[in-house]
Design a protein around this ligand. Structure first.
Ligand SMILES: O=C(O)COP(=O)(O)O
Ligand SMILES: [Mg+2]
Length: 259
C-alpha cells in the first residue's frame, strides 16, 4: 500500500467511524452531533483504567469525534503517535508534556534534552538510578526532558534540577525533569493554530498537574474524579466517575453543551 493509499484508507476509515458515531451505531451510544469542539485529551489516568491500561470504551468516542482530537501526554513521542495510528485518528499529538508536537507531517520540537540529561547524569553520579530497570523505554525516545520513577528519591532530583534552572513535575506516574516554560498548554496553542483553531475552541480532559496549563488555555476543561489537586483546582468541571469512565462522562458533557 503506498503512502497515499494508506492516507486515503485512513481518511475513509475515519469518515466511516465518524458517520457510524453520528448515526449512533456504537453500542449504547446516541448519535454524536456534527459540531463538537476539538478535544485535547491526556492518556495516563484519563484514557486508562486504574491499572494503567487503555480502556476500550474510549475507542468509539475518539474515533467518532467529528472534530480533531489531540492526544496530549507526558509520555515520549512514540506512545501518542502509536495510539493515534492504531485508532486511525488524525496525527495531532503532544508528547513530553509539550516538549514535542506533531500535526500531520509538521513536527515541532519545543525544547532540548541537554539540561535534563545533565541533571540525570548528576543524579546517577550521586548514586541514584532513574528507576526503569534494564531497557529504559520511558526515556529512550525522549528529546526534551528526562523522566524518573516515583520510587526514586525526589529531593536530590529537585535540587539538581533547580541548579540547572529546570523543574521537576510529578504527574502521579513519573517525575519529569523539564524546562519551566514548556507545557501541554503552550504546545496546544501551537497545535490549535496549526489545525486552524483557536486554543479556546478546545475542550480538554485530564488528571494531573501536567494538564493544568492546558486547562487554563482551553474553552472548557474537565478533571476526572481521580485527578490530583492541581488538575482539580485548574479544571472548570470535575467528573463523578474516575479514569476512562470519567473521560466518557466528560466527553458526553462536551457533546451535551455542543447540541
Ligand atoms: O507520563 C506521565 O508521567 C503521565 O502521562 P500523561 O500525561 O499521559 O498522564
Ligand atoms: Mg495523566
Amino acid at each position: 500500500m503506498s503512502r497515499e493509499q494508506r492516507d486515503d484508507w485512513t481518511e475513509s476509515r475515519r469518515g466511516e467511524r465518524r458517520a457510524a458515531g453520528r448515526a449512533g451505531f456504537f453500542p449504547g451510544r446516541p448519535p454524536l452531533p456534527d459540531m463538537v469542539p476539538p478535544l485535547a485529551v491526556d492518556i495516563d489516568g484519563t484514557l486508562t483504567d486504574g491499572a494503567g491500561a487503555i480502556d476500550p470504551q474510549i475507542f468509539d468516542v475518539l474515533q467518532a469525534w467529528a472534530s480533531p482530537v489531540v492526544v496530549a501526554t507526558g509520555k515520549a513521542f512514540p506512545y501518542p503517535v502509536a495510539l493515534a495510528h492504531f485508532l486511525a485518528i488524525e496525527r495531532a499529538v503532544i508528547a513530553e508534556n509539550g516538549g514535542v508536537s506533531l500535526v500531520g507531517d509538521d513536527l515541532v520540537v519545543h525544547g532540548d534534552r541537554a539540561g535534563a540529561q545533565r541533571v540525570a547524569d548528576a543524579y546517577r553520579d550521586e548514586g541514584y538510578d532513574l528507576g526503569w530497570g534494564g531497557v529504559d523505554l520511558t526515556n529512550r525516545w525522549r528529546e526534551t526532558e528526562v523522566a524518573v520513577s516515583r520510587d526514586r528519591p525526589v529531593d536530590p532530583l529537585r535540587r539538581l534540577a533547580e541548579a540547572e534552572g529546570l523543574e521537576v513535575v510529578d504527574t502521579g506516574y513519573a517525575y519529569h525533569v523539564k524546562d519551566t516554560d514548556i507545557s501541554k498548554g503552550r504546545a496546544l496553542r501551537s497545535v490549535a493554530e496549526r489545525l486552524g483553531y483557536d486554543v479556546t475552541d478546545f475542550a480538554a480532559i485530564g488528571d494531573s498537574k501536567n494538564d493544568a496549563h492546558m486547562f487554563e488555555e482551553v474553552g472548557t476543561s474537565y478533571a476526572v474524579a481521580n485527578a490530583d489537586e492541581h488538575a482539580l483546582a485548574a479544571a472548570d468541571h470535575v467528573t463523578d466517575a474516575s479514569y476512562a469512565d470519567g473521560f466518557v462522562e466528560a466527553a458526553e458533557a462536551v457533546i451535551e453543551r455542543a447540541e
